[in-house]
Ligand binder design. Structure first.
Ligand code: ADP
Ligand code: MG
Length: 371
């Protein structure tokens, strides 16, 4: 049953994307290695549902592009399996060629053909269609990405953002089962990147395109993703919604990578963790005497200027919509607090700290001090 149109458009682009399988993409225990015995990514497992936008998030070199290339069929895998629409496409001894996977790709450099006009760039993969069909599909795409009237321009006559939209149109015009985007905003200035994020998000939602977006920028991942896979040194550290990743990070690495986090040492006693900032529930069920760290985000610490307080404002960073304060505790430990835009306290102001205990997260392992 083809009940879900891929692209809403008067000229009725075919809904040939509809897949009955619940997962459009599934990776099971996938490892890739460029050098024998030294995997670049290890034991990666996640799945994308139809219409979902997933982000692969992690620092440079953690293996994001490698995973994308494995999904596209450019990179063999040394263990595990990759399924597209329920069909096995990659395993150590089985590899379906890229052209049979029906994935669309947009990489960091948009790689438009410089000698071809916009309309020819978009139509490049449609050679099997008749001239009139091709023209119709290209017009649909130009309308979709907001580039009507630009069809006869060459890539060098377009801005970075417009080139990016052409690259997107060229990928989407083929009605891919899955769209793969590798850091698509990294060549744009921050303003343009912000606008393109919003545009792209709207476009992917409108077209119900299942998408894997690679980024090293947690703001971008938070803004775009239904779920985020956080990677560190070739391993998947957490796969969850942006909210859970932020508020309940599975590891100290995730906690630190997706936003400012302070780690306060404490000791467990009778079901509570005792720290310099007060007591918190021991959510890990540790034995008495266990050393833990409590992760606290700036938005969970509220400051109250109090003359007799023993903590002091060290510095203030004005961010427009908020002020981020660094506060020194009596022990010398530094924590951060986010306050409203108009809450301005001078350096040295004594402050009491009120911590929202419900948002704290405990880790057993020791963590390097806050930055
Ligand atoms: P990311 O996209 O997250 O920056 P990559 O997937 O490009 O990371 O790289 C993951 C790891 O694999 C890195 O250590 C990188 O140096 C290595 N690597 C990537 N491409 C190659 C290659 N063609 N040959 C050898 N090593 C590679
Ligand atoms: Mg990369």
């Amino acid at each position: 049953m083809k009940s879900r149109p891929l692209v809403m458009s008067e000229s009725n682009l075919q809904p040939d994307l509809y897949q009955p399988a619940s997962s459009v993409l599934e990776l099971r225990g996938v490892s890739c290695a460029y050098d024998v015995g030294r995997p670049a990514v290890s034991d990666i497992a996640f799945a994308a549902h139809e219409g979902e936008i997933l982000c692969l998030l992690g620092p440079s070199g953690c293996g994001k592009t490698t995973i994308l290339r494995a999904i596209a069929g450019f990179e063999p895998i040394v263990s595990g399996q990759i399924f597209l629409s329920g069909q096995l496409v990659s395993s150590p001894d089985h590899m379906i060629p890229t052209e049979d996977r029906h994935v669309g790709m947009v990489f960091q450099e948009y790689a438009l053909f410089p000698h071809l006009r916009v309309q020819e760039n978009i139509a490049f993969g449609l050679r099997r269609l008749s001239r009139s069909q091709r023209k119709m599909r290209v017009q649909d795409m130009l309308r979709l990405v907001g580039l009507e009237g630009f069809e006869r321009r060459y890539p060098h006559e377009l801005s970075g953002g417009q080139q990016q939209r052409v690259a997107l149109a060229r990928a989407l015009v083929q009605h891919p089962v899955l769209l793969l985007l590798d850091e698509p905003f990294s060549n744009l200035d921050p303003d343009m990147a912000g606008r393109m994020r919003q545009e792209l998000h709207d476009l992917l939602r409108r077209t119900k395109t299942t998408t894997i977006l690679v980024t090293h920028d947690h703001d971008e991942a938070f803004a775009m993703a239904d779920r985020i896979a956080v990677l560190n040194q070739g391993r998947l550290e957490q796969f969850d919604t942006p909210e859970t990743i932020y508020h309940m990070p599975a590891t100290p690495f995730v906690a630190d990578f997706v936003g400012q986090a302070d780690f306060i040492p404490g000791t467990v006693s009778s079901g509570m963790v005792r720290t310099e900032l007060g007591e918190f529930p021991d959510t890990l069920d540790c034995e008495d005497g266990t050393s833990v760290v409590v992760m606290i985000r700036p938005d969970d610490i509220h400051l109250v200027p109090t003359r007799a307080a023993t903590s002091h404002v060290l510095s203030r960073q004005f961010r427009g919509s908020e002020n981020i304060y660094a506060v020194s505790l009596p022990s010398g430990q530094i924590v951060h607090s986010s306050q409203g835009s108009t809450s301005v306290y001078q350096e040295g102001t004594p402050v009491e700290l009120r911590v929202l205990a419900t948002h704290t997260v405990l880790f057993k392992q020791p963590v390097a001090g806050p930055t």
